[in-house]
Design a binder for this molecule. Structure first.
Ligand code: NAD
Length: 252
């Protein structure tokens, strides 16, 4: 018997990086997993390149309320229930508070914060019907580390911490546990794109590694392990926390 046998998990932004690792881990631990991602073909649930064969993917953009609601209903039509929601879809932004205009602030907050509210809103009626309901949001150590040149991204991930606490309080008495993970720098295609854009990718990677006390990037599977714990019966009394997965960076 595996941890998530008979349970259905939805992972937003699950076609790449951390989301793909989470989808794989929940699948390997027995869940039926559907990933919602803007970077997938439209249509019926279909296999996702790079993920285990029976993980399914649906195109959905978390900035589109109706699209997210329709995708969640497709999941329920296919599997009959939703027990776990992982709000992972997110985008980055660089610069000081002066560098991003109003449109950029609205764009990033719409994905990173409102997107979590949209997916949660669509899934809550189904989570209420589950006897093992959990939501795990993906924040970032940026929310608390005070990193330079990340004002907008930091604000968005700080909002995820606050949203997690608020949702935890609102839904714990309905039997839905809400928690979040706060990764350090994780070796994903996102970080690959940042390194590719750097003047000296090797030096930039070394700097990112040195920033974390364990002197390496976090592996996506390590974040997936933390998410699996927070979604599992092993953490039944854990509510509203942020679990750091950052090699100790939050201690500095
Ligand atoms: P990634 O770019 O490799 O993957 C992100 C996925 O989200 C992609 O598949 C993308 O298509 C999808 N996505 C983006 N916007 C979307 C939208 N509007 N609707 C639906 N899907 C959307 O990134 P990653 O590094 O795996 O990051 C995943 C999450 O982890 C993000 O929330 C990010 O903020 C967070 N995070 C990443 C790091 C890191 O160092 N990589 C650190 C801390 C937190």
């Amino acid at each position: 018997m595996s941890t998530f046998d008979g349970l259905v998990a939805v992972v937003t932004g699950g076609a790449s990086g951390i989301g793909a690792a989470i989808a794989t881990r929940l699948h390997d631990d027995g869940a039926h997993v559907v990933v919602l991602d803007r970077d997938l073909p439209a249509g019926e649930p279909a296999p996702v390149p790079g993920l285990p064969d029976d993980v399914r993917g649906l195109r959905a953009d978390v900035t589109d309320s109706e699209g997210v609601r329709a995708a969640v209903e497709q999941v329920v039509a296919a599997y009959g229930q939703i027990d776990i929601l992982v709000n992972n879809a997110g985008i980055g932004a660089q610069g000081t508070v002066a560098d991003n205009d109003d449109a950029e602030w609205a764009r990033v907050l719409d994905v990173n914060v409102v997107g979590m509210a949209r997916a949660s809103r669509a899934c809550l009626p189904h989570l209420r019907a589950s006897e093992h309901a959990a939501i795990v949001n993906v924040s970032s150590i940026a929310a608390t580390a005070g990193l330079p040149q990340r004002a907008l991204y930091t604000a968005s991930k700080g909002a995820v911490l606050a949203l997690t606490r608020a949702m935890a309080a609102d839904h714990v008495r309905e039997g839905i546990r809400v928690n979040c993970v706060s990764p350090g720098t994780v070796d994903t295609p996102w970080i690959g794109r940042l390194l590719d854009a750097a003047d000296d990718p090797g030096a930039e990677r070394a700097a990112l590694e040195a920033r974390q006390p364990h002197e390496r990037l976090v592996d996506p599977t390590e974040v997936a392990g933390a998410v699996a714990y927070l979604a599992s019966p092993a953490s039944t009394s854990t509510v509203g926390v942020s679990l750091a997965v950052d090699g100790g960076m939050h201690e500095l």
